[in-house]
Design a protein around this ligand. Structure first.
Ligand SMILES: Nc1ncnc2c1ncn2[C@@H]1O[C@H](COP(=O)(O)OP(=O)(O)OP(=O)(O)O)[C@@H](O)[C@H]1O
Length: 254
């Protein structure tokens, strides 16, 4: 069985305006899956429905054999420790240090009091340093996050997701605020996470060429409908036109 199975997912924010319509797809363990589509297609809504940051109206989301949409608050909290999230604007606490931000990824495992007091074990701290080293930013561990570049902050965001020991990482336009070099660094790290750690990554992207280079599979949304699902190789010009209604040349990042 796939790690994640989505069936018939539907979402409207307002009556008669369907943002996601009957979406079906799956993601295997260790797979790198991109979601592409024009602005407003529903990519962020879809990603956020997966961990119930946004509540879908209908459909099933089966993650690790559990139907996410049926879970009660405490069960959902537990399942969310298996699902990391990486955001376009990093969502770090700017005045806190890099290491403190990374350790925030352990909050899902703590009681409220432990969380407030910032009680972390030596093992958790060692793991945080290990991850910072892996992402090449251990020298910045004690700097405030607002002293880091965008690319470095995104690496902190990835470390914070990884310290959860997730099975799945959802990345909502992780490179949309970054220059081409930093974007490549982040995409390379995300790819290595799937390959070396076996963690599934689902990544919303605006750049078709990036999706094609990094993904095992791509899904394409247009106006809330799934209009493509297949391997990067199967994503031909004709399918790209179905997704965007235009030629790829306008979508290549260069
Ligand atoms: N909270 C909300 N309330 C009402 N409508 C919303 C809300 N969030 C998103 N929408 C609408 O839902 C549609 C899909 O938005 P969504 O952000 O999921 O698209 P997207 O593909 O991620 O777009 P982008 O690439 O520009 O980020 C858009 O028409 C948007 O205006």
């Amino acid at each position: 069985m796939a790690l994640l199975e989505v069936q018939g997912l539907t979402k409207s924010y307002q009556a008669n305006v369907t943002v996601l319509q009957d979406i079906h797809f799956h993601a295997e363990a260790g797979e790198f899956l991109s979601i592409i589509g024009p602005s407003g297609a529903g990519k962020s809504t879809l990603l956020r429905c997966l961990n119930r940051l946004i509540e879908a109206d209908a459909g099933d989301i089966t993650f690790d054999k559990k139907n996410i949409r049926d879970l009660k608050r405490n069960e959902l909290r537990k399942v969310r420790t298996d699902i990391g999230m990486v955001f376009q604007h990093y969502n770090l606490v700017p005045r806190l240090t890099v290491i403190e931000n990374v350790l925030h990824g352990r909050f899902g495992y703590k009681s409220t009091l432990q969380g407030i007091l910032g009680l972390f074990s030596e093992e958790e701290k060692e793991r945080a340093f290990f991850l910072l080293k892996k992402l090449g930013i251990e020298e910045h561990a004690y700097k405030r996050c607002d002293q880091l570049s965008g690319g470095q902050q995104q690496r902190v965001g990835i470390c914070r997701a990884l310290i959860q020991n997730p099975k799945l990482i959802l990345c909502d336009e992780p490179i949309a605020s970054l220059d081409p070099h930093s974007s490549k660094v982040i995409m390379d790290y995300l790819k290595s996470i799937t390959e070396e750690m076996g963690i599934t990554c689902i990544v919303n992207l605006h750049q078709v060429d990036v999706a094609q280079s990094y993904s095992d599979r791509v899904i394409g949304l247009n106006s809330g409908k799934l209009v493509f699902e297949g391997s990067a190789v199967q994503l031909t010009q004709s399918f790209i036109r179905d997704v965007y209604g235009m030629d790829t040349k306008e979508l290549i990042t260069g």
